[in-house]
Design a protein around this ligand. Structure first.
Ligand SMILES: Nc1ncnc2c1ncn2[C@@H]1O[C@H](COP(=O)(O)OP(=O)(O)OP(=O)(O)O)[C@@H](O)[C@H]1O
Length: 320
C-alpha cells in the first residue's frame, strides 16, 4: 500500500461558519508535513475529516489511494490518529488501554502481544505500564497517545498538536520519537509552534480562515521572508551619512538601524527581491575602508512569513 494523503476541495461548514474552505493539498510517502495555522484556522477540523471523524460538507479525502467516502473502514485501518489533547481513558493503565485499543482494532492475541511489546519499547513505557494514566506526567500521557496511534503500524499518522502543553524536554523527546517513526510513513502534524516545523517537518502547509495560504519546504517558505538575504552589520566610527551611503548600494531596498550607541551602530540592510547583498556590501565596505565588527546574512524565518501571511488574511476578513 502506497502511503499518501490527498485532500481535494475539502470544505466544512458548521451552520453559517465555514471552518474549512476549498482546501487541497497532498502528502506523499516519507514526508512529515507540518500543518500550520493560527487558532481557529481549521487544522483540527481538517484532521478530523481526514481520519473520518467528521464528514466533509463537500470535497474529497483520499488516503493510500482509497476514497474515504467509499472505503471508510480500510482508511481507518491505514491511519493512526492522535487527537488534540489526546483524550485517554484516565482510570486505565497503559497496559489495559493498549490492550483495549488492540482488541477494538481486531488484533489476534499473538499479534496483539507482539505489537504492544513493540510500541511499549519504542515509546519507553515499560516503567509506567501498570500505573493509571491519570497519574502519569503529560509527557508520558502523550507517549501513551502516540503508542495507541502506531499500535497497528499504520502507514499514515495524523497527529494533532502532539507537543502542545509539554515542557521543553518533553517536547524534545516527543519530536525525537516522531522523527524515529517517520522513515517509511506519511505524517501530518498540526501545530502552531514554528520551531517544531523547522525541527521535524520536510514540508509546511499553512492555512488560515480554512484556506490554504502556502505549501512548501520550510526553508523555501522562510525565504519568502522580507529578511531573506538581509545583511546585518555592526560598524564603529562610520561617517554621519553611513545609512544613506549603504542605502545606495545596489540591491539594498532599505536600511534599518537596530541599535546605536557610542559611535557603534548595528544595521540591517534589506535586500530587494531576489538580490544578494553580501558581495556589493562587502565591496562598498572595502572601498570606503570601513571595518565591520560583525557581518552576516539572514536566511529569513518561517515565523516572519507565517505572521505576514496570516495577518494578510486577518486584514482581508476584517475588511470584508
Ligand atoms: N463542532 C463544531 N461546531 C461548531 N464550530 C466548530 C466546531 N468545531 C470547530 N468549530 C469552529 O471551526 C473553526 C475551526 O476550528 P478548528 O478547531 O478546526 O481550528 P484549529 O486550527 O484546529 O484551531 P486551534 O489551533 O485553536 O486548535 C473555529 O472557528 C471553531 O470554533
Amino acid at each position: 500500500m502506497q502511503p499518501g494523503v490527498a485532500v481535494r476541495h475539502l470544505t466544512k461548514d458548521f451552520g453559517a461558519l465555514r471552518a474549512v474552505d476549498d482546501l487541497s493539498f497532498s502528502v506523499g510517502g516519507g514526508e512529515v508535513v507540518g500543518f500550520l495555522g493560527p487558532n481557529g484556522a481549521g487544522k483540527s477540523t481538517t484532521m478530523k475529516m481526514i481520519t473520518g471523524y467528521l464528514t466533509p460538507s463537500s470535497g474529497q479525502v483520499e488516503v493510500c489511494g482509497m476514497d474515504l467516502a467509499q472505503q471508510p473502514l480500510a482508511i481507518k485501518a491505514a491511519i493512526g490518529y492522535l487527537p488534540e489533547g489526546a483524550p485517554l481513558y484516565g482510570d486505565m493503565t497503559p497496559r489495559r488501554f493498549l490492550d483495549f485499543v488492540a482488541s477494538v482494532r481486531g488484533m489476534e492475541p499473538v499479534v496483539r502481544r507482539q505489537r504492544i511489546d513493540a510500541v511499549v519499547d519504542r515509546m519507553a513505557l515499560r516503567g509506567v505500564l501498570d500505573q493509571s494514566i491519570d497519574t502519569l506526567s503529560k509527557g508520558f500521557k502523550r507517549r501513551v497517545g502516540l503508542a495507541q496511534a502506531i499500535l497497528h503500524d499504520p502507514p499514515v499518522l495524523i497527529l494533532d498538536e502532539p507537543t502542545d502543553g509539554l515542557d521543553p524536554n518533553q517536547k524534545h523527546e516527543v519530536r525525537e520519537l516522531i522523527r524515529d517513526i517517520a522513515a517509511d510513513k506519511v505524517i501530518v502534524i498540526s501545530t502552531h509552534i514554528l520551531e517544531e516545523v523547522e525541527a521535524i517537518c520536510s514540508r509546511a502547509v499553512i492555512i488560515a480562515g480554512g484556506r490554504l495560504l502556502a505549501d512548501g519546504r520550510p526553508a523555501e517558505l522562510a525565504s519568502r521572508s522580507q529578511f531573506h538575504n538581509a545583511v546585518v552589520l555592526v560598524l564603529t566610527g562610520g561617517p554621519a551619512d553611513l545609512r544613506e551611503q549603504l542605502a545606495a548600494v545596489p540591491g539594498v531596498q532599505r536600511v534599518e538601524v537596530l541599535e546605536e550607541s557610542a559611535g557603534r551602530v548595528r544595521l540591517r540592510l534589506l535586500a530587494s527581491h531576489g538580490r544578494s547583498l553580501l558581495e556589493p556590501v562587502t565591496a562598498r565596505l572595502r572601498e570606503a575602508g570601513w571595518q565591520a565588527d560583525e557581518l552576516y546574512v539572514e536566511q529569513g524565518r518561517l515565523d516572519d512569513v507565517f505572521r505576514q501571511l496570516t495577518h494578510e488574511v486577518a486584514g482581508r476578513e476584517t475588511r470584508s
